[in-house]
Design a protein around this ligand. Structure first.
Ligand SMILES: [Zn+2]
Length: 501
């Protein structure tokens, strides 16, 4: 069956089912030819459940036809034997630079968002990105960044875009509680971030030990007042008197229940291990009782962070073999107590090994845990392999080789679920994460028999294999397995409070 939609109606934002065109309206052109036809691929759309061979017609950056019979287009891509999926949406991508975008596109990603740590000031971040990019981009308002502004002077480590910071502020502000005036100022700064286009609020609580329980509750109230979601790297479990991995989950779930905020807990894998089953049961239980809470994970047993950050405050004095679980990103070397100290003074990225692969695979196999990379920037050279291989690794290793989850479930975790998570604040996400008539032509076309990650801890700068074509708004950013240079179809995605007075 051919589903035909007059493109003029689509362009006007009207539904094709809303009736006959107005008599005075220009006649729609005959939809017989398309800018692009993706012919005969296995089209998978997690929302409708479609999983069948179809021909996809693309016009003006959108999918306008999904047909059982062949179509003709200006350009035709043969997709027999390939999967035609919605472009992958990464809610947790710290690599917000042209180099990182290359790795992301080669891993099938068409939208990469910095929602965990976020950006501050938000308008400056979007301005610096320049309005165009290989893939779509966006950021939340950074609680950490706004907190430094409200409480102290900012003297922070930053990436090439000057936005990513986990380090000390130079005057102890990270470790100090805010007073009432500072809390009020902080709330105002976060609200201004929403008006500058932020996609909700981002919290790196493990990096701001001074933020009190009251401060977090207050910030959730501010977000809830604007129907803005919050993305949270949980407080370190050591911050709770009785410790244990569950207390930080309990704090944010209680705050979400009390305020009604939409809560997204980042990297369940690195935060909950080894209590992943209990933590996820708590999230599911809260959701069943009406709390809007979701979570995500990346498919690796090692995490990564900046060695100078408060995350490593508790490391001094550990047994010397403990330092061997740390790998210095720049050289690949394992650390000793001595090199730990010198690198901590110097600052930089470190990988932390040691989580269980059995638990990792269990988490990856859960259909309601969103796939998100937590990729760190490649703009400074080497990085954690997750920024290059997360999506191909799930599809190649965990779906094909391990059978840990179905292809449909895996694709839902990397397309529909992340789109739905932020549709409330970014309404245009309703056109992403799907392959449907009217959806954006952000498409990832891959070989399910060949797709695999190639980035490793020792050689992270390796593109994934098996991603054949990647389209952003109907434009190839990857074609025949290779990056297309000189194209920037990616656009900024902003929250709906943008420019509100
Ligand atoms: Zn994190």
């Amino acid at each position: 069956m051919v589903q035909r939609v007059p493109w003029l109606l689509l362009a006007a934002g009207l539904s094709a089912c809303s009736g006959e065109p107005q008599p005075s309206a220009p006649q729609p052109v005959t939809v017989e030819s398309y800018d692009l036809v993706v012919a005969g691929g296995r089209v998978i759309d997690p929302e409708s459940g479609l999983d069948a061979v179809r021909h996809v017609g693309v016009r003006d950056g959108a999918v306008t036809t999904i047909s059982e019979s062949p179509l003709t287009g200006v350009t035709t891509v043969e997709a027999a034997g390939l999967v035609v999926a919605p472009g992958f949406i990464d809610l947790h991508a710290h690599g917000q630079d042209p180099v990182s975008s290359r790795f992301q596109a080669m891993d099938g990603v068409t939208t990469a968002l910095e929602l965990e740590i976020g950006a501050f000031p938000v308008d400056r971040w979007y301005a610096r990105r320049g309005g165009a990019s290989r893939i779509n981009y966006g950021a939340s308002a950074s609680h950490q960044g706004a907190r430094l502004r409200a409480l102290g002077r900012a003297m922070v480590r930053a990436n090439a875009e000057g936005t990513f910071s986990l380090g000390e502020s130079g005057d102890g502000a990270l470790y100090r509680a805010a007073d009432d005036d500072e809390l009020a100022r902080l709330g105002e700064l976060m609200e201004s971030g929403l008006r500058e286009g932020a996609i909700g609020f981002g919290f790196g609580l493990g990096y701001t030990p001074g933020a009190s329980h009251r401060e977090l509750l207050r910030m959730f109230e501010v977000a809830a007042a604007h129907d803005a979601p919050v993305f949270v790297h949980l407080r370190s479990s050591g911050a709770f008197t009785r410790g244990g991995a569950l207390a930080p989950f309990q704090e944010v779930i209680a705050n979400a229940a009390a305020t009604g905020v939409a809560l997204h807990i980042v990297h369940l894998n690195s935060t909950s291990d080894p209590l992943a089953e209990e933590a996820l049961a708590m999230i599911r239980g809260a959701r069943e009782r009406g709390v809007d809470v979701t979570t995500e994970a990346y498919p690796y047993t090692a995490s990564a962070s900046l060695i100078e950050s408060p995350l490593f405050d508790g490391w001094v004095g550990r047994p010397s073999q403990a330092y061997g679980t740390l790998q210095w990103v720049e050289t690949g070397e394992r650390l000793t107590p001595e090199t730990f100290e010198s690198y901590r003074r110097q600052g930089g990225w470190v990988i932390m090994h040691g989580r269980s692969e059995a638990i990792n695979e269990w988490i990856v196999g859960q259909p309601d845990v969103i796939a998100a990379s937590d990729g760190i920037p490649f703009s400074e050279g080497r990085a954690h392999p997750r920024g290059a291989g997360t999506f191909a690794r799930i599809l190649g290793h965990y779906v094909r080789e391990r059978g840990a989850l179905s292809l449909m479930d895996a694709l839902r975790k990397m397309t529909l679920l992340p789109a739905q998570r932020i549709e409330g604040i970014v309404p245009e996400m309703a056109r992403k994460g799907r392959v449907q008539v009217g959806s954006d032509a952000d498409l990832t076309i891959f070989d399910p028999e060949r797709i695999i990650d190639r980035a490793t801890y020792d050689a992270p700068d390796q593109y994934s294999a098996g991603i054949k074509h990647v389209l952003v708004a109907g434009t190839f950013v990857v074609r025949d397995g290779a990056l297309v240079d000189g194209v920037e179809p990616g656009r900024p995605l902003r929250g709906r409070h943008y420019m509100e007075r």
